[in-house]
Structure formats: structure tokens, C-alpha cells
Design a protein around this ligand. Structure first.
Ligand code: ADP
Ligand code: MG
Length: 325
């Protein structure tokens, strides 16, 4: 199978909304007049972002999900994406699974594949997504203000638990592992929540490298600090409450490490003024996405952790950084 057969067979579909899709030198998009384009890229490398053993269907899902998550964090509506792919060989079973996983998520969000590039090489996947947002309404990292409430969506830390089990540092019952692994391999981009939070959240980011680190980006961009109640944060890891776990659970420090520094969660962290609590609840209900208030934004820079009684928790949690280790 040649390069162009491969593209035609697995990645070319009739253009729907795009004026021109796969097959020419450029794709052509007609954004809604007056809207701003929101654009984001993510590069996934085998061995660094995913294991060579991962199911290609799940990988297709995840490659697009991590990009859609960035649109969600900006409150943008998905439009289209490009796919640049380096493949060691044209493995038909792999391509079939990967493209099916990719298109299932793309179709669920009405996000169209409009082009890309395909080359032989070590397995690498780079997707660029295009979304749109009314001018001035994108959710930014820079809008948090002292006194704002601090929220996260969904659950956090389960992907990290699965990673630790893969690494062999922890063991858990099979049912707990399966659930955690599902969160690692099939993250849910919070598109509906991002849209519902437009005009409500003062700042937002998606959590790809761990809550502490991604919240840190909001704090830095906003020139503020924050305080997190660890007694609430520790509840965010779904695995901790799994019935199969019984009493053989780990120490609080480990759970907190997963929640605060885990990574690969693809939930949203966002801020909103306290008088918007009812509106945040309504946005959460509208998007059918649970949110939890875990702390507040403060004027003093830095991230502080407190226990349920308000006492300082001194341990530091360091987020993932590709160049710091
Ligand atoms: P060019 O050489 O002009 O960059 P290519 O010959 O690489 O274009 O690709 C031919 C067409 O196939 C282009 O429209 C390109 O966008 C599309 N394409 C290539 N690889 C992919 C892919 N993995 N997924 C979707 N479209 C692709
Ligand atoms: Mg090319």
C-alpha cells in the first residue's frame, strides 16, 4: 500500500463543512463570519506519551481527545483538525483501529479531518485542531482574581494510578486497574463544559501535566496565588472510592500525589467569582459534567495546600515537565 492509497483508505472522507478537505495542497475552511479561530497542536510520541502496547483504537481517540481538551479549555467550538503521522510501516490492522477511534471521537464533536501529512518514521502523531469562539469570549489563563473560587471538573489522578501500576510500583485489584486504565487511555475532552463556562469562568486551563502545574500556569498568568483544600482534593480520585479496593488502600500522600501531580487527566481547572456559584452549578448541569470547588484564588503568589481544618500541608507536589527530569 502506497502513501496515497493509505491516506485515501483510512483518512480521506468527503468534506462536510470544510470548503475543501483532504486531497489538495491546502484545505479550505469557512469559519463563521465574525468568529475568532482557536488553534492548538499536540505531538504524541511512542514511548513518551503512550506505550507501544496501547490499543490503536484507543490511541486514535486519545490523540484527538488531548487536542479537543485544549479547545474545551478555551471555550471554543470544534471545527476541524489536521493529522500529521509518522508510521514505522503501513500496518493495516493498526491503521484500521486508529482511524476508527479517531473518527468516532471526531464525529461525536462534529470535528472534521481536513488534511495532514504522512511519512515513514518512528511512530508519532501530531494533530492540530481548529475551533471557533466569539471575539473576546475565549477562556484565558490570565483572568483569575483574588477571592475567586477554584474548581475542577470530573475526577483527577486515575491516569497516574494506572501508570504506577504499569510501572510496577503499586498493585490494585483488576477492576480498579481497568477503570483507572480507561481514564488514562480514553480521556474525555470537556467541550460542553468549556462552552457553558463562557462568560462565567474568569480563567481556565485543561489539566494535562497535573493539577498543581496547570493551575500554576493560571496563577502565573493572572499574577495571583491559590489555596487548595486537600481534604476535598483527595476525594477527586475515583479509584480511592472503588468498592473493589476494600481497606487495602494507600496512604493519603500517594492519593494526593496522583490528584495534584498526576497528569493525563484532561479535566478543566477554572475560576469564577463566589457570586457566580449558582451559574457555575447551572453550567455543570447543562454540560452534564460534575465540577468540584476545591479552593480559592488569593493575592499572595504561590500555591498553598491546607487540610480540612485549614492547617498548612507542607509537602510539595511537582508536575510533569518534559525538560526538568
Ligand atoms: P503535500 O505534499 O502537498 O504536503 P501530501 O502529498 O503530503 O501533500 O498529501 C496529500 C493530501 O493528503 C493533502 O491534502 C494532505 O492534507 C492529505 N493528507 C496527508 N496525510 C494525511 C493524513 N494523515 N490525514 C489526513 N490527510 C492527509
Ligand atoms: Mg507531504
Amino acid at each position: 500500500m502506497g502513501e496515497f492509497d493509505l491516506i485515501d483508505r483510512y483518512f480521506r472522507r468527503p468534506a462536510r463543512r470544510a470548503a475543501l478537505g483532504v486531497g489538495d495542497d491546502c484545505a479550505l475552511l469557512n469559519p463563521t463570519p465574525g468568529m475568532q479561530l482557536a488553534i492548538s497542536s499536540d505531538l504524541l510520541l511512542e514511548g513518551r506519551h503512550f506505550l507501544s502496547t496501547v490499543d490503536p483504537h484507543k490511541l486514535g481517540h486519545k490523540a484527538l481527545a488531548v487536542n479537543l481538551s485544549d479547545l474545551a479549555a478555551c471555550g471554543a467550538t470544534p471545527l476541524a483538525f489536521t493529522l500529521a503521522l509518522a508510521l514505522p510501516q503501513a500496518d493495516e490492522a493498526w491503521l484500521e483501529g486508529f482511524s476508527r477511534g479517531l473518527f468516532a471521537l471526531a464525529d461525536a464533536h462534529d470535528c472534521e479531518l481536513i488534511g495532514g501529512d504522512t511519512t515513514r518514521g518512528p511512530l508519532a502523531i501530531c494533530i492540530t485542531v481548529f475551533g471557533e469562539v466569539p471575539p473576546g469570549q475565549a477562556l484565558l489563563r490570565s483572568g483569575a482574581r483574588p477571592g475567586d473560587d477554584l474548581y475542577v471538573s470530573g475526577t483527577l489522578g486515575d491516569a497516574r494510578l494506572a501508570l504506577e501500576v504499569f510501572r510496577g510500583t503499586r498493585s490494585v485489584p483488576q477492576a480498579v486497574f481497568n477503570a483507572a486504565r480507561e481514564r488514562m487511555e480514553r480521556p474525555t475532552p470537556r467541550i460542553a463544559l468549556g462552552l457553558a463556562l463562557r462568560g462565567v469562568a474568569t480563567a481556565a486551563a485543561d489539566i494535562s501535566d497535573g493539577l498543581a502545574g496547570d493551575l500554576g500556569h493560571i496563577l502565573k498568568a493572572s499574577g495571583t496565588g491559590a489555596c487548595i483544600d486537600t481534604s476535598i482534593a483527595i476525594q477527586l480520585i475515583a479509584a480511592r472510592g472503588h468498592p473493589a479496593l476494600g481497606t487495602s488502600s494507600f496512604e493519603a500522600e500517594f492519593w494526593l500525589e496522583c490528584v495534584l501531580a498526576g497528569g493525563d487527566d484532561y479535566e478543566l481547572v477554572f475560576t469564577a467569582p463566589p457570586d457566580a456559584r449558582r451559574v457555575v452549578e447551572a453550567a455543570s448541569a447543562q454540560a452534564q459534567t460534575p465540577v468540584t470547588r476545591i479552593g480559592r484564588i488569593e493575592a499572595a503568589p504561590g500555591l498553598r495546600l491546607v487540610d480540612g481544618a485549614g492547617q498548612a500541608v507542607t509537602r510539595r507536589f511537582v508536575s510533569f515537565d518534559h525538560f526538568s527530569t
